[in-house]
Structures are given as structure tokens and as C-alpha cells.
Write a protein that binds this ligand. Structure first.
Ligand SMILES: [Fe+2]
Length: 280
């Protein structure tokens, strides 16, 4: 875990969320009439990514990726190849920057840094070039906005309402999608105040369909495909339907053991292998 994430998580652990759960929404069409597949934090886990793409097949028109395509997992080239094939709007994450050599991963812990160096050594020059040229968020896509960490700072972990209030105040669009925390959910500002969107682990595949309310502003995290940390080890993704004015949050089970075996064969650090099974 990075030092910055550790500090942000401590703030989240100390926060009382009970007053912020108010899911009760009405519908509003956004007017763009497309279904967008929202992908984030793939982390070189091509088994999880392929499972998500198979699960979502036929249910989206265009895809966007919120960054961290690589890092931690055993399939950096394969994950990049898949994302490039999708021809989607993609922004960079902190692991993409570190592996591309844009940053030196100074605030990464030794385990994460080991994975950065391992990944950098294995990327084809073509994929390294692609990674190096990824855009920094925020980026606008047909009336909504995508960022990796936050609107103000691509490396910020958005965990608690005080951070979200500031972000929602400056949000340039009704919908902003963010990643980085590896937690599916987010925040919404509506007439009756701010609410946290936070899901308990369950067996459901369609976790929730969020109706976008007129006058509301939303910061939404589709969750992580390749390394969830919200207690549900299944791959997470979202679909934004701009005709219906809804955002669907999905989970899909994938072959975690196959990925763990490849990580074992690659001699990647054990903590990274173990955490996949528990989604933490
Ligand atoms: Fe990430």
C-alpha cells in the first residue's frame, strides 16, 4: 500500500458514514443516448478483463478506461493489447505513470515498486510508448468527465465526503467517473444533500442501477477489474446509459486461481497474489 493511500484510508476508517446513506432517486435522461462501458484499475489482470468483456458483450456502444491498466498483475502486455483493441478513451493512472517511467514510484511501498520494475522490464516497446503517451485526466467524453484519482489531482484517493464535497463543487459535468481507490460506489450530491454510495459484498451480479436525478451531481467509481479492495473479489465495472439516465454497477466472478498461478510462476510478491482472493 502506498503511504498516500494509507493516510487516506485512515481518514476513511475514522469517518462516520451512517448519516450519508440516502439512496432514493428519480430518473433523468442525459441526452447523449449511448451506453458506455466504464473500466478502471485493470492492473495487468487479463483474465478478469476478458471475463468483464465477455459479461458485458452486446450491452455497450463505447468504452472508456480510467487508468491503471498495468501494475501488480502478471499480464501487462495482454492487458494493454486488449485496451488498445477496444479503441476507447483512456487516461493514465499512477501505476501507468510509474511503469512508463514518468514518475519513479517514490511513494510506492516495496511490494508495489517490485511489481512496477517487473512490469517495466516486460513491456514491448510499442506498449511502453502507448503507456507513456496516455492522457492525464480530467478528460471529457460526450457530456461526462473521467479522472483517475480526482478532478483536482490525478493521484488523490477519494474516500470521504469532505473530499467529495470539494470535488462536486468544481465538477464540470453531472457525471464524473473516477478510479484509484478500487472501491465500487462513490458520492452523489442532490437537493437533500450528499450521499455516499457504498455496497456491502453480495452474490448479486447487477449490484445497483442508479437513476441520475435532475439537479444532482455524481462522482462514481466503477470499481476495479483486476484488484478489487472493497471486500468483493469479483471483477467490477459499470455501464452508463445516457439515454435512460442510469448507471449500472456490475460484478462478475473470474478465475482468480489461474491469475494467482501466473503470478506465482512470475515470482511476483506473495501479498499481491493473496489479496486477489479476498478482494482487499
Ligand atoms: Fe489502481
Amino acid at each position: 500500500m502506498e503511504d498516500r493511500e494509507r493516510r487516506a484510508l485512515q481518514g476513511a476508517a475514522d469517518f462516520d458514514y451512517d448519516d450519508w446513506q440516502q439512496p432514493n432517486l428519480s430518473e433523468l435522461g442525459l441526452g447523449c443516448f449511448m451506453r458506455y462501458l466504464i473500466l478502471s484499475d485493470i492492473h495487468a489482470n487479463v483474465t478478469a478483463l476478458d471475463t468483464v468483456l465477455a459479461d458485458a458483450k452486446g450491452r455497450w456502444d463505447a468504452a472508456v478506461c480510467l487508468g491503471d491498466i498495468v501494475g501488480y498483475g502478471p499480464d501487462p502486455n495482454e492487458a494493454l493489447d486488449r485496451i488498445r483493441e477496444l479503441n476507447c478513451v483512456t487516461i493514465r493512472g499512477n501505476h501507468d505513470k510509474a511503469i512508463a517511467g514518468i514518475t519513479e514510484a517514490e511513494d510506492f511501498n516495496p511490494v508495489a515498486r517490485t511489481a512496477v520494475l517487473w512490469s517495466r522490464d516486460r513491456l514491448t516497446s510499442d506498449n511502453l510508448g502507448y503507456l507513456s503517451n496516455l492522457r492525464q485526466g480530467p478528460v471529457f467524453v460526450d457530456g461526462f468527465c473521467i479522472v483517475h484519482g480526482s478532478i483536482r489531482d490525478e493521484d488523490e484517493y477519494l474516500f470521504v465526503p469532505p473530499q467529495a464535497i470539494e470535488e462536486l463543487r468544481i465538477a464540470p459535468t453531472v457525471l464524473t467517473f473516477f478510479g484509484h481507490t478500487h472501491r465500487q460506489g462513490g458520492f452523489m450530491q442532490r437537493r437533500n444533500g450528499l450521499a455516499v454510495i457504498n455496497f456491502e459484498p453480495s452474490d448479486r451480479t447487477l449490484i445497483w442501477t442508479l437513476p441520475v436525478e435532475e439537479g444532482g451531481t455524481y462522482l462514481l467509481n466503477p470499481g476495479s477489474i483486476g484488484q478489487p479492495r472493497d471486500g468483493d473479489p469479483r471483477a467490477a465495472y459499470a455501464i452508463a446509459d445516457t439515454e435512460k439516465g442510469t448507471v449500472e454497477f456490475w460484478r462478475v466472478a473470474y478465475d482468480i486461481e489461474a491469475v494467482q498461478q501466473r503470478m506465482l510462476d512470475a515470482l511476483l510478491p506473495e501479498p499481491l497474489i493473496l489479496r486477489l482472493a479476498v478482494g482487499r
